[in-house]
Design a protein around this ligand. Structure first.
Ligand SMILES: Cc1ncc(COP(=O)(O)O)c(C=O)c1O
Length: 377
């Protein structure tokens, strides 16, 4: 299967240009700022602020939105740990609401049921690159005065009702870590249409500085989360590569969907007309009762990077320990999680990584064939 990342002379040339410019950091160079403008335009957001990774992007988004000690942040349990740990980094408590078992995505009804007087934000994850029900979540945010954060770490280029994700909610976060569909090894970005949030994020990324302000003028307490010019140089080229690669992923994902949806025992997420572009970061399916057999067959056929997916975060001892430490200290009740759907999907889900969507038609058919034989055999 194709190696990832795909790169070539353009990345090498861009890196050399930064090297020879002598401007390796964004405090003197222009490459990060240029990529920020390009990425904001690509995702149709007014502002993009780059930072070191997708984990701290969520923490910075929460902090910019004023989420802090003892506040509650509603998150899905079936996601990468950063979605929940980011809340802990700002002293807030991640509160788990269940996912929809057909899509693996946060269920807006379950999220609304988890709202309390302490809730300040909801982090909605576009898992696998599939946009969540943003109409429902933006309405929920408006009803309860909550900040809606889109965790779009896996959803570059994904669109909901024709609009790219990231700034449909109040703020959206992206990752450029090694496995992602746009990558510089590490890196992240936060998008928003809200100029106040954008200003707060700039400050959080730049040790409390303000745009156009002095070097030692720290108007807020901020981190240093800056991306380097080298990373931005690679990201500019990777962004240009993205549309063509997405076409390949989309074509292969459609073929897999067509072939596997005919097989009894395999559950694929339903089509949704609101999803006008899928980010195609993971190809997910549920295979109740036969998951381990299928994974063994995929490994034997040379597709060893198929995965059994996440362990749900409401079962993660470290997350629970830290959450309870906060609620105990503040004398707040700890909101116990009840997420049976996340428990179930974690026992029968398989996903294929995005690189398996970049193969030839023959390779794609071979993956489908291997899975089909293991399920029906
Ligand atoms: C859903 C989700 N959120 C957040 C992150 C965190 O991104 P990063 O690895 O860049 O910190 C990731 C990626 O690993 C992710 O998949």
């Amino acid at each position: 299967m194709p190696e990832w990342p795909e790169y070539g002379d353009d990345e090498a040339k861009a890196l050399l240009e930064v090297l020879n410019s002598g401007h390796w950091g964004s405090t003197s160079g222009e490459v990060v700022a240029t990529f920020e403008r390009e990425f904001a335009a690509y995702q149709q957001a007014d502002f993009a602020i780059c930072l070191s990774n997708g984990t701290l992007a969520i923490a910075a988004a929460l902090r910019a939105a004023g989420v802090g000690i003892g506040d509650e942040v509603i998150v899905p349990p079936y996601t990468f740990i950063a979605t929940a740990s980011a809340a802990l980094f700002v002293g807030a408590v991640p509160v788990f609401a269940d996912v929809d078992p057909e899509t693996h995505l946060l269920d807006p009804v379950a999220a609304e049921a988890a709202v309390t007087s302490r809730t300040k934000a909801v982090v909605v994850v576009h898992l696998a690159g599939r946009p969540a029900d943003l109409d429902a979540f933006t309405a929920l945010g408006a009803r309860h005065g909550l900040t809606i954060i889109e965790d779009a770490a896996q959803a570059h280029g994904a669109a909901y009702k024709g609009r790219p994700v990231g700034a449909i909610g109040d703020v959206g976060t992206f990752s450029f870590q090694s496995s992602k569909n746009i990558t510089a090894g590490e890196g992240g970005a936060v998008l928003t249409d809200d100029d106040k949030l954008a200003g707060a994020l700039y400050s959080l990324v730049n040790v409390g500085r303000v745009p156009g302000g002095g070097w030692y003028q720290h108007e807020a307490v901020g981190y240093n989360l800056r991306l380097t010019e080298f990373q931005a140089a690679i990201l500019r080229v990777q962004l240009r590569r993205h549309p063509a690669l997405q076409e390949v992923r989309e074509r292969n994902a459609r073929l897999l969907t067509d072939l596997l949806s005919r097989v009894e025992g395999i559950c694929l997420a339903p089509e949704d007309p609101a999803i006008t572009a899928h980010g195609r970061h993971l190809f997910m399916m549920r295979i109740p009762g036969r998951r381990e057999t299928v994974l063994e067959s995929l490994t034997a056929a040379g597709f060893a990077r198929a995965s059994s997916g996440y362990v749900p975060l409401h079962r993660n001892a470290a997350v629970l320990r830290e959450s309870k430490a906060i609620t105990d200290k503040l004398g707040q009740p700890y909101p116990e999680a009840d997420c049976p759907n996340a428990d179930t999907v974690s026992t029968d889900t398989i996903w294929l990584p995005q690189t398996y969507l970049l193969g030839t038609e023959a390779q794609t058919r071979s993956i489908a064939d291997t899975i089909t034989k293991a399920v029906t055999g």
